[in-house]
Design a protein around this ligand. Structure first.
Ligand code: 0A1
Ligand code: ZN
Length: 867
């Protein structure tokens, strides 16, 4: 069935609901092809006047409807594909509905669906309406009681939110379970899972002495692989108590891992549902990045219990209220579990890789968008990652104490409510006594501020003047911008690395660190008593999500690399030199950078994880974004040439690192992972030497004692054009063919390999018997790896990469619109390229746009990208 016309929803049109539903009792009679859902809701009108009740619904087959026990006459209500409207209901009544749905036919993976013969739900954002008619909006909070009935042999485990109050057998080999969630919640947090699982169990004693039973449910045979997730969960629970004074509030907390899932994971109350890729890990099959992601996402979903579930969003425009804040909490958790500076650099890399491009293209939108067609399309890097940065800046601007007090005020005051960004910010205005109205611009304006700074030092007077300006380029629908407050965490060093104290005009003492806020378009900060020419670092720990043109010379950046006290600044100085060399063909500086990176190698044993980051140059996507008229071929060549200079200069040492035996027994600890990261970085650099270094990679592959090492060696073989790549791939496939998560890696490493035959390879892989268009992980392993990690092939001048992606999205769209729409986001950069590429991208997008049956999700993305 064709979707209804696209309708734009606007924040400015928000109206509170005219009815509330305080309690809902659901009975699920589970059957893969025909599940019956009986819903009994207690409905209450909020206003005086009689008003129609419009309930949301989609793909539902209404079997019966009654009010207070009386079956409704056909004239009392009407049904269309998206609504059930009861024309004149009483003020307070019991509504009973029975709907029939088909989980087996649900390929969209939204609502109730099947994954490997297990039932599973995904209700955020608007999936509950595919289960029953309801006020499916986050500001309607109800208490849920859920009875699940199913065949006992096929579906022995029956799970839902809250606490299990009863279970037992029924006639005909069926059984039931009743789950009651005492906490009122919006429908998007509803969950149900049923099937055959293996489970692992543990316990957590909360600070106040409550004992929480923890369970993780996975496919039979996978139980042991969930241990790291369980360990992460317990650490997250403890951390939230220690850091934010937040305790868990139910007697049990369950996680279910599913193989088919559109996103990473979902924070349903007491019953988190996870993509299995973010639960399952063991020494042999998971990379360190997998372990890190599991820790981060298990933490993220758990932290939602307070930031999202107990305090939820009034409407979907407020999505960042839960997501930005929870990303911030997740990042802080990971920083505390591992190395704070390394975590910060990784978070910045991710922000730059995903969000800066979004902010600079046709899909740019504010952290709090003001309109949307399909909210599914707004689970973006801007809402999540930039949303997290906004919280980090808020903390910098109000200060640690006021931030901590503001958070406690928020938790206390807003608990149990559906809130807005304004409600949140008000807590910090109160705790800090600051006027935060200008800060709201971070939520309202799209676009990455471009900050420019220039310093002038007067040796005679010891005066240093630093002029800092900001500018945000126009974004779709926002031609004019007003300056947001930009926190600058600033300090100075001298050429020899000594820290330089300076007295800010108006201040009484000299300081070695300055916490400033740029509130205007341009400000000159004056510093006195400056004894030497200072090299300024303005964004310690990347204190604001901006681009910075600080005009420093290569020599000054080299001094920062060697000496700046802030690890982020040291790392960034190296990246900036590399960018300059690659973008402006400043090849003459390549040897100097190679020497500086040699020093990183010298001290690599102190902090191998940091050295690994320093050795990785900005990737091609970053260069494309930073280049006014990007030519992917040229940029790739410039990057390879610089990598080659560095690799050749340090070949012996890099080979020694790459060839060092793996550590056994395996440990996923940050330290061990850091040593493996250095090894991977060495392999990656050596890959620039081409097939001549292939022996090192083959050896590294054969001798690998962990998936991290094996994957890094494969990746290097893929880059190096060596024929050994195919042999290793075949070996890898034969070894892991029964493990879908590892086979995802097999697809991904090939799709990301920057070889001349990349496109032919991904085309062959699309036809591979293990490729499955219905499994989002497999689709992303092929398509997202190709479009996002292989920019040279994706942006091929003949448009072949664009056509591949558009064709695949077209095939997926009728099955899974949310996935298809998301796959297309790499097109966001199309307008930055030359005429020929633009034509190809445009025609690929127009081919999609012309499809009459295109889903609302994909249509919105295509139209916004083309606009
Ligand atoms: N709230 C989840 C993300 C999520 C969003 C939408 C989904 O389905 C359409 C699924 C998950 C999180 O932040 O982890
Ligand atoms: Zn989230």
């Amino acid at each position: 069935m064709r979707d209804a016309e696209n309708v734009t929803v606007r924040l400015a049109d928000y109206q509170p609901p005219t009815y509330s539903i305080d309690d809902i009792a659901l009975v699920f009679s589970l059957d893969a092809d025909a599940t019956l859902v009986a819903a009994r809701s207690q409905v209450r009108r909020r206003g005086e006047a009689v008003a129609p009740l419009a309930l949301d619904g989609k793909r539902l087959d209404l079997q019966s409807i009654s009010i207070d026990g009386v079956v409704l006459d056909g004239s009392a209500y009407s049904v269309d594909p998206e609504k059930l409207i009861i024309h004149a209901p009483p003020a307070n009544f019991r509504l009973e509905l029975v709907t029939r749905i088909s989980p087996a036919a649900n390929t969209a993976l939204e609502g109730l669906y099947m994954s490997s013969n297990r039932f599973c739900t995904q209700c955020e954002a608007e999936g509950f309406r595919a289960i029953t008619y309801f006020l499916d909006r986050p500001d309607v909070l109800a208490r849920y009681a859920v009875r699940i009935e199913a065949d006992k042999a096929n579906y022995p485990t029956l799970l839902s939110n809250g606490n299990l109050t009863e279970s037992g057998d029924m006639e005909g080999g069926r059984h039931y379970a009743i789950w009651v969630d005492p906490h009122p919640k919006p429908s998007y947090l509803f969950a149900l899972c049923a099937g055959k699982y293996e489970s692992i169990h543990d316990q957590f004693a909360t600070k106040s002495g409550r004992n929480v039973a923890l369970g993780i449910y996975v496919d039979p045979g996978d139980g042991e692989r969930a241990r790291y997730a369980m360990d992460s969960l317990k650490r997250a629970m403890k951390w939230d108590e220690d850091t934010f004074k937040r305790e868990y509030d139910l007697d049990l907390f369950n996680i279910v891992a599913v193989r088919d899932f559109n996103f990473g994971a979902m924070e349903n109350k007491g019953l988190n549902v996870f993509n299995s890729s973010l639960i399952l890990a063991d020494a042999e099959t998971a990379t360190d990045a997998d372990f890190e992601a599991i820790e981060a996402v298990v933490g993220h979903e758990y932290f939602h219990n307070w930031t999202g579930n107990r305090i939820t969003c009034r409407d979907w425009f407020q999505l960042c209220l839960k997501e930005g804040l929870t990303v911030f909490r997740e990042q802080e958790f990971c920083a505390d579990q591992r190395s704070r500076p390394v975590q910060r650099i990784k978070d910045v890399k991710r922000l730059r890789a995903r969000q800066f491009g979004e902010d600079a293209g046709p899909l740019a939108h504010p952290v709090r968008p003001s309109s949307y067609q399909k909210i599914d399309n707004f689970y973006t890097a801007t809402v999540y990652e930039k949303g997290g940065e906004v919280i980090r800046m808020l903390k910098r601007i109000v200060g640690e104490d006021a931030f901590a007090r503001g958070m406690q005020l928020y938790f206390e005051r807003r608990d149990g409510t559906a809130s807005t960004v304004e409600d949140f910010i008000a807590c910090f205005a109160e705790s800090s006594g600051q006027d935060l109205s200008q800060f709201m611009r971070w939520y309202e304006q799209a676009g990455t501020p471009a900050v420019k700074s220039r310093g002038r030092y007067d040796e005679k007077t010891g005066l240093y003047e630093l002029t800092v300006s900001q500018h945000i380029a126009p974004t779709p629908g926002q031609a004019k911008k007003t300056p947001p407050p930009i926190p600058l965490w600033l300090s100075f060093i001298a050429k020899d690395g000594a820290r330089i104290a300076a007295k800010l005009e108006g201040d009484t003492i000299s300081r070695i660190e300055h916490h400033l806020v740029l509130v205007n378009e341009e400000t000159t900060f004056r510093f006195n008593d400056v004894l030497e020419a200072p090299i300024p670092a303005l964004l310690h720990s990347f204190s604001a999500p901006v681009t910075l043109d600080d005009g420093l010379s290569i020599e000054e950046r080299l001094a920062q690399m060697a000496h700046d006290p802030d690890p982020f600044t040291r790392w960034e100085a190296g990246q900036a030199i590399a960018r300059e060399i690659m973008l402006s063909d400043a090849k003459a500086h390549a040897p100097a950078l190679a020497i500086a990176l040699g020093r990183e190698l010298d001290r690599a044993q102190e902090d191998p994880a940091f050295a690994a980051l320093a050795l990785r140059l900005p990737d091609l996507n970053e260069l494309i974004l930073a280049s006014p008229s990007p030519d992917p071929e040229k940029l790739h060549a410039a990057r390879e040439s610089l990598r080659k200079t560095i690799a050749a200069a340090h070949r012996v040492r890099l080979e020694a690192i790459a060839g060092a035996p793996g550590e056994l027994p395996f440990s996923p600890s940050a330290d061990a992972a850091g040593r493996r990261a250095l090894k991977s970085a060495a392999l990656d650099l050596l890959a620039s030497l081409g097939a001549e270094a292939a022996g090192v990679f083959s050896d590294a592959y054969q001798n690998a004692t962990s998936m991290t090492e094996a994957a890094a060696a494969l990746d290097a073989l893929g880059q190096s054009n060596s024929e050994a790549f195919d042999d290793a791939l075949e070996q890898f496939y034969q070894r892991w063919r029964e493990n879908p998560l590892v086979i995802d890696k097999w697809f991904a490493v090939q799709a990301a390999s920057p070889r001349r035959d990349a496109l032919a390879r991904v085309r062959r892989l699309r036809e591979h018997p293990d490729f499955n268009i219905r499994n989002p992980n497999r689709v992303r392993a092929l398509a997202a790896s190709f479009a996002m990690r292989n920019p040279r092939a994706f942006h091929a001048a003949d448009g072949s990469g664009y056509r591949f992606l558009a064709d695949l999205a077209q095939a997926i769209d009728p099955l899974n619109p949310a996935l298809a729409a998301r796959l297309l986001t790499p097109f966001e950069s199309w307008k930055r390229f030359d005429e020929q590429r633009q034509q190809h991208a445009k025609s690929a997008l127009e081919q999609l746009k012309a499809l009459p049956e295109l889903s609302k999700n994909t249509r919105e993305v295509v139209e916004r990208t083309l606009a």
